[in-house]
Design a binder for this molecule. Sequence first.
Ligand SMILES: Nc1ncnc2c1ncn2[C@@H]1O[C@H](COP(=O)(O)OP(=O)(O)OP(=O)(O)O)[C@@H](O)[C@H]1O
Ligand SMILES: [Mg+2]
Length: 337
Amino acid sequence: MELNLSGMVGQSPCLDEVFRVLGKVAPTDSTVLVTGESGTGKELLVRALHANSRRAGKPFVPVNCGAIPRELLESELFGHEKGAFTSAIRTRQGRFELAEGGTIFLDEIGEMDLSLQVKILRALQEKEFERVGGGKTLKADVRIVAATNRDLETEVQAGRFREDLYYRLNVIPLHLPPLRERGDDVLLLAEHFLRRFCRQKGRTPLTFSSEAQRLVLSYPWPGNVRELENFMERLSILCEHEVIGPVDLPRKILDTAGVSLPVAPSACATAGFRWPRLSDLTERAMGLKEFLDAMEEKLLVEALERAGGVKNQAAELLGIKRTTLIEKLKKRNMAGE
Ligand SMILES: Nc1ncnc2c1ncn2[C@@H]1O[C@H](COP(=O)(O)OP(=O)(O)OP(=O)(O)O)[C@@H](O)[C@H]1O
Ligand SMILES: [Mg+2]
């Protein structure tokens, strides 16, 4: 059967391996634990898992255990009876009941309290649970899939995560590698997102110059696929030409690669001078101060070069006092001897 990847893009060997295991485990009812840094696609992978399971026609219910206040999480998961606590004005079903027949996705499970972990373990093993404040035991036909960006083994050692639950969850581990380990997938994904965002905005798809490609590939993408996706959206809005060059890339990428560019490249073009625009700042993800500092630095360097390092002359070229120039250079550790 063809695997439905729910739009997950990637061809690198490490991702292929993830897809291979996904194809095997999806049709079973086994518990799966997805790990990976933030933004690596854990949620997308879990959705693909559900889509390829016999539960696909039934609900997929995600619960972000890290985003729901601790005191509310139990009732969110298992529901509550009327009067169970002050704000429980009526009986309410929990997400386990809402997921009946389908899949419940316990995201950021590493954030869950030890006391609640016991109840999750029971729901996993006995398929049973109770609503908060309720005496009746309810049955759940729900597949549990969990994800975390914490290292649960460390959490277990530190006494913050129950060992029995960890082993019970970790029947089938699926690890999503960080983007920086996926080789050319970075470009594949970048082009995928650019196509999507450009289509949404009704503009011709942008492409990368080979130098820009090299820079995108060499950046370590600490925010993984989410960071890449957000950045491609920004390019699809801000990039003024059809081919993305190094000047269009954010400062972070250029700095990491040690590339320095003229601050306002178009100001150097033969077409003549133009004042910087707000887009010059936003495209480089720079604040006003940072931008002005960078611009000043360019001019200082140029003046010094033209004056052959003679500070008097450079100051004259800049129309400032020698002492002011020296002060500025000192601030930047450029004062020399
Ligand atoms: N392989 C991929 N192909 C296409 N889009 C992807 C891929 N991986 C992730 N994405 C997209 O990147 C974004 C982040 O993915 P997702 O929310 O699944 O990450 P996550 O690992 O759950 O992150 P977090 O730990 O921060 O919750 C989403 O918009 C998702 O659609
Ligand atoms: Mg997530």
